[in-house]
Design a protein around this ligand. Structure first.
Ligand code: PEP
Ligand code: MN
Length: 348
Protein backbone atom coordinates (compact mmCIF):
# COMPACT_ATOMS: atom_id res chain seq x y z
CA UNK A 1 0.00 0.00 0.00
CA UNK A 2 1.16 3.49 -0.83
CA UNK A 3 0.13 6.63 0.99
CA UNK A 4 0.49 9.54 -1.44
CA UNK A 5 0.95 12.91 0.23
CA UNK A 6 -0.32 16.24 -1.14
CA UNK A 7 2.44 18.15 -2.93
CA UNK A 8 2.53 20.79 -0.19
CA UNK A 9 2.48 18.29 2.71
CA UNK A 10 4.75 19.34 5.58
CA UNK A 11 7.56 17.25 7.12
CA UNK A 12 5.40 16.99 10.24
CA UNK A 13 2.47 15.55 8.28
CA UNK A 14 4.81 13.04 6.61
CA UNK A 15 6.24 11.89 9.94
CA UNK A 16 2.68 11.71 11.31
CA UNK A 17 1.82 9.16 8.61
CA UNK A 18 5.05 7.22 9.24
CA UNK A 19 4.36 6.94 12.96
CA UNK A 20 0.72 5.93 12.41
CA UNK A 21 1.86 3.14 10.06
CA UNK A 22 4.32 1.96 12.75
CA UNK A 23 1.61 2.07 15.42
CA UNK A 24 -0.50 -0.15 13.17
CA UNK A 25 2.33 -2.73 13.37
CA UNK A 26 3.85 -2.25 9.91
CA UNK A 27 6.99 -0.63 8.56
CA UNK A 28 7.03 2.63 6.58
CA UNK A 29 9.35 3.63 3.73
CA UNK A 30 9.10 7.27 2.63
CA UNK A 31 9.76 7.61 -1.13
CA UNK A 32 10.52 11.24 -1.99
CA UNK A 33 9.59 12.14 -5.59
CA UNK A 34 9.87 15.14 -7.88
CA UNK A 35 6.22 16.15 -7.45
CA UNK A 36 5.24 14.61 -4.16
CA UNK A 37 6.27 12.25 -1.39
CA UNK A 38 4.70 8.83 -1.06
CA UNK A 39 5.04 6.53 1.92
CA UNK A 40 5.15 2.81 1.27
CA UNK A 41 3.70 0.44 3.82
CA UNK A 42 5.55 -2.87 4.13
CA UNK A 43 5.41 -5.86 6.39
CA UNK A 44 1.81 -6.82 5.65
CA UNK A 45 0.98 -10.11 4.03
CA UNK A 46 -2.58 -9.27 3.14
CA UNK A 47 -5.16 -6.50 3.24
CA UNK A 48 -4.58 -3.46 5.43
CA UNK A 49 -7.41 -1.27 6.69
CA UNK A 50 -6.63 2.04 5.01
CA UNK A 51 -9.37 4.09 6.70
CA UNK A 52 -7.13 5.36 9.47
CA UNK A 53 -4.48 6.56 7.00
CA UNK A 54 -6.91 8.23 4.59
CA UNK A 55 -8.08 10.56 7.35
CA UNK A 56 -4.62 11.87 8.27
CA UNK A 57 -3.58 15.44 7.48
CA UNK A 58 -1.63 15.98 4.28
CA UNK A 59 -2.74 12.68 2.73
CA UNK A 60 -3.93 12.91 -0.88
CA UNK A 61 -4.82 9.27 -1.47
CA UNK A 62 -4.11 5.71 -0.43
CA UNK A 63 -3.33 3.33 -3.29
CA UNK A 64 -3.33 -0.44 -2.86
CA UNK A 65 -0.28 -2.16 -4.38
CA UNK A 66 -1.74 -5.14 -6.16
CA UNK A 67 1.41 -7.15 -6.85
CA UNK A 68 3.06 -9.46 -4.33
CA UNK A 69 6.35 -7.80 -5.27
CA UNK A 70 5.80 -4.30 -3.95
CA UNK A 71 8.93 -2.21 -3.79
CA UNK A 72 10.01 -3.60 -7.16
CA UNK A 73 6.74 -2.57 -8.83
CA UNK A 74 5.95 0.47 -10.92
CA UNK A 75 2.93 1.05 -8.71
CA UNK A 76 5.35 1.67 -5.85
CA UNK A 77 7.71 3.84 -7.87
CA UNK A 78 6.96 5.04 -11.37
CA UNK A 79 10.32 6.61 -12.15
CA UNK A 80 13.02 4.31 -13.63
CA UNK A 81 15.69 3.33 -11.11
CA UNK A 82 19.20 4.28 -12.16
CA UNK A 83 22.02 2.25 -10.70
CA UNK A 84 25.07 4.53 -10.53
CA UNK A 85 28.53 2.99 -10.39
CA UNK A 86 31.67 4.73 -9.10
CA UNK A 87 33.25 5.08 -12.58
CA UNK A 88 30.27 7.09 -13.83
CA UNK A 89 28.47 4.20 -15.56
CA UNK A 90 24.71 4.45 -15.03
CA UNK A 91 22.52 1.37 -15.58
CA UNK A 92 18.89 2.25 -16.30
CA UNK A 93 19.50 5.71 -17.73
CA UNK A 94 19.26 6.77 -21.38
CA UNK A 95 22.55 5.10 -22.37
CA UNK A 96 22.91 1.36 -22.70
CA UNK A 97 25.73 -0.23 -20.71
CA UNK A 98 27.96 -3.02 -21.93
CA UNK A 99 29.47 -5.47 -19.46
CA UNK A 100 31.93 -7.90 -20.99
CA UNK A 101 34.67 -10.37 -20.14
CA UNK A 102 35.42 -14.05 -19.96
CA UNK A 103 33.07 -16.53 -18.34
CA UNK A 104 35.75 -17.26 -15.73
CA UNK A 105 38.85 -15.56 -14.42
CA UNK A 106 41.60 -17.98 -15.47
CA UNK A 107 44.72 -16.04 -14.51
CA UNK A 108 46.04 -12.54 -13.83
CA UNK A 109 47.34 -11.83 -17.34
CA UNK A 110 44.24 -13.30 -18.97
CA UNK A 111 41.84 -10.99 -17.12
CA UNK A 112 44.01 -7.86 -17.09
CA UNK A 113 44.85 -8.12 -20.82
CA UNK A 114 41.27 -8.71 -21.94
CA UNK A 115 40.10 -5.86 -19.68
CA UNK A 116 42.40 -3.42 -21.50
CA UNK A 117 41.09 -4.56 -24.88
CA UNK A 118 37.44 -4.43 -23.79
CA UNK A 119 37.81 -0.95 -22.32
CA UNK A 120 39.31 0.29 -25.59
CA UNK A 121 36.33 -1.20 -27.44
CA UNK A 122 33.86 0.59 -25.15
CA UNK A 123 32.88 -1.82 -22.36
CA UNK A 124 32.69 -0.03 -19.01
CA UNK A 125 32.04 -3.04 -16.74
CA UNK A 126 34.24 -6.15 -16.63
CA UNK A 127 32.73 -9.57 -15.98
CA UNK A 128 34.50 -12.77 -14.94
CA UNK A 129 33.59 -15.49 -12.48
CA UNK A 130 35.96 -16.28 -9.62
CA UNK A 131 33.42 -18.70 -8.13
CA UNK A 132 31.81 -20.76 -10.88
CA UNK A 133 28.53 -22.66 -10.42
CA UNK A 134 29.28 -25.59 -12.73
CA UNK A 135 26.74 -28.21 -13.69
CA UNK A 136 29.38 -30.92 -13.09
CA UNK A 137 31.37 -31.03 -9.84
CA UNK A 138 34.42 -32.10 -11.90
CA UNK A 139 34.43 -28.95 -14.08
CA UNK A 140 36.68 -25.94 -13.31
CA UNK A 141 35.20 -24.23 -10.24
CA UNK A 142 37.06 -20.91 -10.49
CA UNK A 143 40.12 -19.38 -8.81
CA UNK A 144 38.23 -18.18 -5.72
CA UNK A 145 39.59 -15.19 -3.80
CA UNK A 146 42.71 -15.10 -5.95
CA UNK A 147 40.43 -14.49 -8.94
CA UNK A 148 38.81 -11.59 -7.07
CA UNK A 149 42.26 -10.05 -6.54
CA UNK A 150 43.00 -10.34 -10.27
CA UNK A 151 39.69 -8.63 -11.06
CA UNK A 152 40.53 -5.80 -8.65
CA UNK A 153 43.88 -5.40 -10.40
CA UNK A 154 42.10 -5.16 -13.76
CA UNK A 155 39.84 -2.44 -12.31
CA UNK A 156 42.83 -0.49 -10.99
CA UNK A 157 44.48 -0.56 -14.41
CA UNK A 158 41.44 0.14 -16.60
CA UNK A 159 38.86 1.96 -14.49
CA UNK A 160 36.26 -0.65 -15.47
CA UNK A 161 33.78 -1.74 -12.80
CA UNK A 162 33.76 -5.38 -11.73
CA UNK A 163 30.76 -7.71 -11.79
CA UNK A 164 31.35 -11.20 -10.41
CA UNK A 165 29.25 -13.98 -8.97
CA UNK A 166 28.71 -14.96 -5.32
CA UNK A 167 27.52 -18.51 -4.69
CA UNK A 168 26.58 -18.43 -1.00
CA UNK A 169 25.95 -15.91 1.80
CA UNK A 170 29.55 -15.79 3.13
CA UNK A 171 30.72 -15.55 -0.46
CA UNK A 172 28.51 -12.47 -0.91
CA UNK A 173 30.40 -10.66 1.85
CA UNK A 174 33.72 -11.67 0.32
CA UNK A 175 32.70 -10.67 -3.21
CA UNK A 176 31.41 -7.34 -1.86
CA UNK A 177 34.93 -6.55 -0.59
CA UNK A 178 36.30 -6.66 -4.14
CA UNK A 179 33.47 -6.21 -6.65
CA UNK A 180 31.37 -3.23 -7.69
CA UNK A 181 28.37 -5.42 -8.56
CA UNK A 182 27.52 -8.77 -6.97
CA UNK A 183 26.15 -11.24 -9.50
CA UNK A 184 23.51 -13.74 -8.40
CA UNK A 185 23.42 -16.53 -10.96
CA UNK A 186 20.44 -18.23 -12.54
CA UNK A 187 20.92 -21.33 -10.38
CA UNK A 188 20.73 -19.19 -7.24
CA UNK A 189 17.89 -16.82 -8.15
CA UNK A 190 15.72 -18.30 -5.40
CA UNK A 191 18.49 -18.82 -2.84
CA UNK A 192 16.84 -16.55 -0.29
CA UNK A 193 19.61 -16.51 2.36
CA UNK A 194 22.04 -15.49 -0.41
CA UNK A 195 19.68 -12.78 -1.66
CA UNK A 196 19.24 -11.36 1.82
CA UNK A 197 22.97 -11.26 2.50
CA UNK A 198 23.76 -9.76 -0.91
CA UNK A 199 21.05 -7.16 -0.32
CA UNK A 200 22.57 -6.24 3.03
CA UNK A 201 26.06 -5.62 1.61
CA UNK A 202 24.69 -2.40 0.09
CA UNK A 203 26.55 -3.14 -3.18
CA UNK A 204 24.61 -3.12 -6.46
CA UNK A 205 23.33 -6.60 -7.36
CA UNK A 206 22.95 -8.16 -10.80
CA UNK A 207 20.15 -10.71 -10.46
CA UNK A 208 19.90 -13.27 -13.23
CA UNK A 209 16.59 -14.90 -14.04
CA UNK A 210 16.37 -18.56 -13.03
CA UNK A 211 16.21 -21.02 -15.89
CA UNK A 212 12.63 -21.98 -15.08
CA UNK A 213 11.46 -18.83 -13.31
CA UNK A 214 8.30 -16.96 -14.19
CA UNK A 215 8.46 -13.17 -14.31
CA UNK A 216 6.58 -13.04 -11.01
CA UNK A 217 9.13 -15.32 -9.32
CA UNK A 218 11.95 -13.25 -10.83
CA UNK A 219 10.51 -9.99 -9.48
CA UNK A 220 9.81 -11.56 -6.08
CA UNK A 221 13.46 -12.63 -5.90
CA UNK A 222 14.42 -9.00 -6.58
CA UNK A 223 11.97 -7.96 -3.83
CA UNK A 224 14.19 -9.82 -1.31
CA UNK A 225 17.02 -7.44 -2.20
CA UNK A 226 14.87 -4.32 -1.93
CA UNK A 227 13.37 -5.62 1.31
CA UNK A 228 16.91 -5.44 2.74
CA UNK A 229 16.99 -1.75 1.85
CA UNK A 230 19.04 -2.19 -1.35
CA UNK A 231 17.46 -0.54 -4.36
CA UNK A 232 20.52 -0.90 -6.59
CA UNK A 233 19.30 -3.97 -8.41
CA UNK A 234 19.90 -4.78 -12.07
CA UNK A 235 17.79 -7.58 -13.52
CA UNK A 236 19.19 -9.85 -16.23
CA UNK A 237 17.32 -11.98 -18.77
CA UNK A 238 19.63 -14.89 -19.62
CA UNK A 239 17.30 -17.37 -21.23
CA UNK A 240 15.03 -20.05 -19.86
CA UNK A 241 14.97 -23.81 -20.28
CA UNK A 242 12.96 -25.00 -23.25
CA UNK A 243 11.83 -28.16 -25.05
CA UNK A 244 13.81 -26.95 -28.07
CA UNK A 245 17.51 -27.69 -28.35
CA UNK A 246 18.66 -25.39 -31.16
CA UNK A 247 20.11 -22.99 -28.57
CA UNK A 248 21.42 -23.64 -25.04
CA UNK A 249 18.56 -21.65 -23.51
CA UNK A 250 15.60 -19.76 -24.95
CA UNK A 251 16.42 -16.05 -24.63
CA UNK A 252 13.07 -14.56 -23.65
CA UNK A 253 13.29 -11.09 -25.18
CA UNK A 254 9.61 -10.40 -24.51
CA UNK A 255 10.55 -10.46 -20.83
CA UNK A 256 12.33 -7.13 -21.35
CA UNK A 257 9.30 -4.98 -22.23
CA UNK A 258 7.16 -7.03 -19.82
CA UNK A 259 9.51 -6.36 -16.89
CA UNK A 260 9.81 -2.70 -17.89
CA UNK A 261 6.04 -2.40 -17.65
CA UNK A 262 5.84 -4.05 -14.24
CA UNK A 263 9.00 -2.72 -12.57
CA UNK A 264 11.12 0.41 -12.32
CA UNK A 265 14.33 -1.66 -12.12
CA UNK A 266 16.76 -1.74 -15.05
CA UNK A 267 17.00 -4.96 -17.06
CA UNK A 268 19.90 -6.13 -19.21
CA UNK A 269 20.24 -9.18 -21.47
CA UNK A 270 22.80 -11.98 -21.60
CA UNK A 271 22.76 -13.35 -25.15
CA UNK A 272 25.86 -15.46 -24.39
CA UNK A 273 24.12 -17.82 -21.96
CA UNK A 274 20.84 -17.09 -23.76
CA UNK A 275 22.06 -18.81 -26.93
CA UNK A 276 25.17 -20.78 -25.98
CA UNK A 277 26.40 -20.29 -29.57
CA UNK A 278 29.00 -17.72 -30.57
CA UNK A 279 27.43 -17.15 -34.00
CA UNK A 280 24.06 -16.27 -32.45
CA UNK A 281 25.29 -13.84 -29.80
CA UNK A 282 25.56 -10.72 -31.99
CA UNK A 283 22.10 -11.01 -33.60
CA UNK A 284 20.48 -11.51 -30.19
CA UNK A 285 22.51 -8.67 -28.68
CA UNK A 286 21.13 -6.39 -31.40
CA UNK A 287 17.63 -7.69 -30.78
CA UNK A 288 17.89 -7.15 -27.02
CA UNK A 289 18.85 -3.50 -27.47
CA UNK A 290 15.99 -3.08 -29.94
CA UNK A 291 13.63 -4.64 -27.36
CA UNK A 292 14.61 -1.98 -24.80
CA UNK A 293 17.31 -3.66 -22.72
CA UNK A 294 19.31 -1.22 -20.57
CA UNK A 295 22.49 -3.10 -21.34
CA UNK A 296 24.19 -6.35 -22.23
CA UNK A 297 26.49 -8.79 -20.50
CA UNK A 298 28.68 -10.57 -23.03
CA UNK A 299 31.27 -13.32 -22.72
CA UNK A 300 34.48 -12.50 -24.60
CA UNK A 301 37.69 -14.54 -24.55
CA UNK A 302 41.05 -13.94 -26.19
CA UNK A 303 41.13 -17.55 -27.36
CA UNK A 304 37.65 -19.09 -27.00
CA UNK A 305 38.58 -22.66 -28.04
CA UNK A 306 40.94 -22.73 -25.04
CA UNK A 307 38.56 -21.12 -22.54
CA UNK A 308 38.14 -23.04 -19.29
CA UNK A 309 34.38 -22.51 -19.41
CA UNK A 310 31.77 -21.45 -21.96
CA UNK A 311 34.21 -21.15 -24.86
CA UNK A 312 31.54 -22.09 -27.41
CA UNK A 313 29.52 -18.98 -26.59
CA UNK A 314 32.44 -16.59 -26.07
CA UNK A 315 33.06 -13.95 -28.72
CA UNK A 316 36.50 -13.26 -30.17
CA UNK A 317 37.56 -9.68 -29.37
CA UNK A 318 37.17 -8.68 -33.06
CA UNK A 319 33.56 -9.89 -32.98
CA UNK A 320 32.97 -7.85 -29.85
CA UNK A 321 34.16 -4.73 -31.70
CA UNK A 322 31.66 -5.49 -34.50
CA UNK A 323 28.88 -5.94 -31.97
CA UNK A 324 29.65 -2.60 -30.34
CA UNK A 325 29.41 -0.80 -33.67
CA UNK A 326 26.10 -2.47 -34.51
CA UNK A 327 24.38 -1.93 -31.18
CA UNK A 328 25.38 1.75 -31.34
CA UNK A 329 23.33 2.11 -34.52
CA UNK A 330 20.35 0.36 -32.97
CA UNK A 331 20.54 2.32 -29.72
CA UNK A 332 20.53 5.62 -31.63
CA UNK A 333 17.59 4.46 -33.76
CA UNK A 334 15.50 4.23 -30.58
CA UNK A 335 16.72 7.50 -29.08
CA UNK A 336 19.43 6.05 -26.84
CA UNK A 337 23.18 5.70 -27.10
CA UNK A 338 25.88 3.37 -25.80
CA UNK A 339 27.73 4.62 -22.68
CA UNK A 340 30.82 6.56 -23.71
CA UNK A 341 34.11 4.64 -23.46
CA UNK A 342 36.24 5.22 -20.36
CA UNK A 343 39.43 7.19 -20.53
CA UNK A 344 42.55 5.46 -19.22
CA UNK A 345 42.90 6.01 -15.46
CA UNK A 346 46.05 7.57 -14.12
CA UNK A 347 48.36 4.91 -12.71
CA UNK A 348 47.88 4.54 -8.95
C1 PEP B 1 27.76 -16.75 -15.92
O1 PEP B 1 27.42 -15.55 -16.00
O2 PEP B 1 28.87 -17.18 -16.29
C2 PEP B 1 26.73 -17.71 -15.44
C3 PEP B 1 27.08 -18.82 -14.79
O3 PEP B 1 25.49 -17.35 -15.78
P1 PEP B 1 24.04 -17.98 -15.40
O4 PEP B 1 23.92 -17.88 -13.93
O5 PEP B 1 23.10 -17.11 -16.16
O6 PEP B 1 24.06 -19.40 -15.91
MN1 MN C 1 29.44 -18.47 -18.45
Amino acid sequence: MLVVMKHNASEEQISGVVSTIREMGYDARPIPGGQRTAIGLIGNDGRVDSGRLEGLEGVLEVIPVTHAYKQVSREWKDEDTRVRLPNGTVVGGPDVVVMAGPCAVEGEHQIVDIAHRLREMGATVLRGGAFKPRTSPYSFQGLGEEGLRFLARARDETGMMIVTEALDPDGADLVAEYADIIQIGARNMQNYPLLRRAGRTGKPVLLKRGMAATIEEFLLAAEYLLAEGNENVILCERGVASFAKHTRNLLDLAAIPVVKGLSHLPIIADPSHGTGLRAKVIPMARAAIAAGADGLIIEVHEDPPRAMSDGAQSLYPTQFAEMMAEIGVIARAIGRDVTAPLSVPAPA
